[in-house]
Design a protein around this ligand. Structure first.
Ligand SMILES: [Zn+2]
Length: 297
């Protein structure tokens, strides 16, 4: 029997080049990019090597762009989940827009994979104090689990007092959702790729614990550097954006895979759907509700 403690592994399945090219205003931003399948395959091969499974939070438009790659992920044993359709931050949408964006992603994922997602993660962890209604809509759409909370200082107006382990979020209308917050250690966000490239390894090791959530992106696993292509006659601002994004994302390239290998020696890495029973046994009585001020109590 595997006695290692468990970490919950999640991946945001989105094409870095498409999102950056959209921001840069390129007209052809949504064209499939050859680097993306290479990144995903590097990641899938690493997960095989580590005997790990992951929950893939899939962007609907990415699924529509790469249906075969999406099917391969599921065929290789990983859980399809929703990251919305167009990667628009939740607090930039009205309720109706949010609902139709999420619904569209669910339909696209179900159509391509044959599986209806039950876990959701907001783009850029953007369910905030201003958008508590998002949880109600997720519950109405049939989701059982949310993983949009991350107590990171980079997320403005984030929900207050986010626990560091899974818990039941009781909605004001009555039902409950499982919340799987991304791992933090005290005030330090340690669950994500950006921090894994910057923080010292011993600190990450010390901060991890049973049933904490890790999250990464496919672009963090390919050997080739990321390079945004500028639109014709770019403005200085577009140039700065392209350079800034590439520098930030290329710093520490290779470190994430190396550290995940180290972590996998001490922890079992599994997708959410493989852990629900264990999580329910251990955390089923931990319930929180959101106060008027957007703080968990
Ligand atoms: Zn995302």
């Amino acid at each position: 029997m595997d006695v290692r403690p468990t970490l919950l592994l999640s991946i945001d399945f989105e094409d870095w080049h498409q999102l950056v090219h959209r921001r840069l205003g390129r007209v052809d931003w949504d064209r499939p990019h050859p680097a993306f399948p290479r990144q995903v395959h590097a990641l899938l091969d690493l997960l095989d090597e580590l005997d790990a499974t992951a929950t893939f939070f899939m962007l609907g438009m990415t699924v529509a762009n790469y249906p075969e790659l999406t099917c391969e992920i599921v065929a290789r044993g990983h859980e399809p989940a929703s990251h919305g359709f167009a990667h628009v931050r939740v607090h930039a949408q009205m309720r109706e827009q949010f609902e139709s964006d999420v619904r569209r992603s669910v339909e696209t994922i179900e159509q391509v994979t044959g599986r209806r997602p039950i876990a959701y993660r907001a783009p850029a962890f953007s369910i905030t104090r201003r958008t508590p209604w998002a949880y109600e809509i997720l519950s109405q759409l049939g989701f059982r689990c949310d993983s949009s909370q991350y107590d990171s200082p980079r997320i403005p107006e984030r929900i207050g007092a986010i626990p560091d382990a899974p818990y039941r979020l009781r909605l004001s209308s009555g039902p409950e959702l499982w919340e799987f917050p991304v791992a933090t250690w005290g005030p330090v966000p340690i669950g994500g790729g950006s921090y894994w490239r910057l923080l010292p390894a011993p600190l990450i090791r010390r901060g991890l614990d049973d049933f904490r959530v890790l999250y990464f992106h496919p672009y963090e696993f390919a050997a080739e550097p990321l390079r945004a292509n500028l639109p014709p006659s770019p403005t200085p601002r577009q140039r700065a954006t392209a350079t800034g994004r590439s520098l930030w994302r290329n710093a520490g390239r290779g470190l994430v895979a190396k550290r995940l290998r180290q972590v996998a020696r001490r922890y079992r890495l599994v997708s959410y759907d493989q852990a629900y029973d264990d999580v329910a046994r251990r955390y089923g009585t931990r319930t929180r509700a959101l106060s008027q001020e957007g703080v968990l109590v």
